[in-house]
Design a protein around this ligand. Structure first.
Ligand code: SF4
Length: 261
């Protein structure tokens, strides 16, 4: 029995990171053991923020704010991206999320579906979140800009037509994200890649140097500071799998902080 317990423990330690990090998984314990509930996830605090998951009136208020926000974003023309997009991508997830993941901007797939992170990068982000017990249902995922920045705005049907948002587009769109952060009031922000870290922290230090180090973010309007963890964008991991090790370290760091009261 002790051997089985040890084997299960070993399996959990390795398997919760194995799918996307490429960490080796021992086949014997995996084959021999019945699938247990993943221990690290069981010990983590619920992903929904207890402080804000609160009352139904609070939930109603948040739902109303987000419904109104979503409508405004979908009709926004505050920058040129609004004229070229197929559809705006406000965000997805829980309004009571303990964690918000923030990317740069929608790409081709997101522009077509109206949901953030749904291409290859999005599938990898799903796996990354899953490895620490998170999912699209219990976090909130948003971008710095809500519409697809295109190299050639006349052809939204062309793949590979992506570009980073300009400073003017970022400035025009910034208010939507801060309203989302203030309304959700998450405990943690995780920025994905160089652009969201630079925009939210006002720090142009390369992402390779600032990832994994906790910072504070002030969402404005008197809202409380939120702890912010920069990490690499999933697209960077697809280009350079060596970065998976760093992101896995960052996710364990996040999981550890989430487990604290
Ligand atoms: S990117 Fe932002 S500011 Fe620009 S049109 Fe879309 S929602 Fe409006």
């Amino acid at each position: 029995m002790k051997d089985l317990t040890r084997a299960l423990k070993r399996r959990v330690e390795l398997s919760d990171s194995s799918d996307w990090t490429g960490a080796p998984v021992p086949t014997t314990p995996r084959a021999a053991a019945p699938a247990p509930a993943a221990a690290p996830r069981a010990t983590a605090r619920p992903a929904t923020n207890p402080a804000t998951a609160a009352t139904s009136s609070s939930a109603r208020r948040k739902a109303e704010v987000f419904a109104e926000l979503s409508e405004k974003i979908k009709t926004c023309r505050a920058c040129p991206l609004g004229a070229a997009r197929i559809q705006a991508v406000p965000g997805v997830g829980s309004h009571d999320a303990q964690v918000m993941f923030i990317g740069e901007g929608p790409g081709f797939d997101e522009d077509h579906k109206g949901e953030p992170f749904i291409g290859r990068s999005g599938k990898l982000l799903d796996k990354i979140m899953e490895s620490i017990g998170l999912s699209r249902e219990n976090v909130y995922i948003a971008n710095i800009v809500k519409c697809h920045p295109m190299v050639d705005p006349s052809d939204p049907e062309k793949r590979g037509n992506d570009r980073p948002p300009s400073p003017e587009e970022i400035e025009a769109c910034r208010g939507w994200l801060d309203t989302q952060i203030r309304t959700i009031a998450p405990r943690f922000l995780v920025t994905l890649g160089a652009v969201p870290a630079r925009v939210l922290l006002g720090d142009s230090t390369p992402i390779s140097k600032i990832r994994g180090v906790w910072r504070d973010y002030e969402p404005g309007a008197g809202a409380a500071k939120v702890r912010l963890l920069p990490t690499f964008h999933p697209a960077a991991l697809l280009r350079n799998p060596d970065l998976k090790r760093d992101v896995w370290a960052d996710m364990k760091n996040l999981r550890e902080e989430m487990s604290k009261s």
